[in-house]
Design a protein. Structure first.
Lengths: 97, 159
């Protein structure tokens, strides 16, 4: 069971979620049928209201990012997912699959 | 050595790397204002744009090898934009020629730094010491040979 760190990077027109190559490799080894992505970009509508999105999208982001569509498989491989602001190092959200 | 030699070395390195991209069919541009991205590399047909940071070094000769030293700002390394990563291109001036470019995408370089303890930190910079021996490149015991001339993300553009 692993703790996975997802990097969150705020940009002017949206924000991105990404995992490092070593995390992708780890996920692939834990779940050979998975297809982890490099990253997902969520574009803002008209303004940079990052805080509006925090706490709402994470549950949908990490299965897509890690490329595991089977919830049971996900629970077997990962016990904690941390969303970390790459600029500050602050943990923005913590989830338990 | 010429006064301000590092400036000349850096610019020569930029131009050398730019010529490599051009010969592969990618267009290149230098931003009018230097904000950390050395070169923009563009695929004209579809507008694919990549950010490239060129790092140059002179070589230090050893008995059977040589080395080059580079600095990468850690803040920039951590500022990873999924849709717009930086590609670091490292070249060393050795024996009147340039080494083959070592091309490492930002997330891979960061991974080597954070998970394999590659390089050392000093005043906000990641100091990298590349050792070249018999066609191989290592940094802090991490084998970087797979990145030598790795133009995977800059494929040859042909009609």
């Amino acid at each position: 069971m692993e703790t996975i760190k997802i990097n969150v990077n705020k940009q002017m027109d949206g924000y991105s979620f990404s995992v490092t190559p070593s995390v992708r490799k780890l996920i692939k080894s834990l779940s050979p049928n998975s297809h982890p992505a490099n990253g997902i970009f969520v574009a803002y509508d008209t303004k940079s209201d990052f805080e509006h999105y925090v706490g709402k999208l994470e549950n949908y982001i990490y299965p897509a990012l890690l490329g595991i569509d089977n919830q049971d498989e996900l629970k077997k491989a990962v016990n904690k997912v941390l969303f970390i602001d790459t600029q500050t190092g602050k943990v923005l959200a913590e989830l338990n699959p | 050595m010429k006064k301000n030699f590092p400036l000349y070395l850096g610019k020569a390195g930029h131009l050398s790397v730019m010529s490599e991209f051009l010969i592969r069919g990618w267009n290149v541009a230098i931003p009018e204002v230097d904000i950390g991205d050395d070169i923009f590399v563009v695929q004209d047909d579809n507008g694919t744009l990549r950010r490239v940071q060129v790092k140059t070094s002179t070589s230090t000769a050893h008995q059977n090898s040589f080395s080059g030293q580079f600095n990468v700002p850690i803040k920039q390394l951590r500022d990873y934009k999924v849709n717009f990563p930086v590609y670091y291109v490292f070249i060393v001036r050795h024996q009147d020629g340039w080494t083959k470019p070592i091309i490492i995408r930002q997330d891979y370089l960061r991974d080597h730094f954070e998970n394999e303890e590659m390089g050392s930190q000093h005043e906000g910079n990641l100091n990298l010491y590349f050792s070249f021996e018999e066609g191989k490149v290592e940094c802090s015991h991490t084998n970087l040979s797979k990145y030598i001339g790795d133009f995977t993300d800059f494929p040859l553009i042909e009609d």
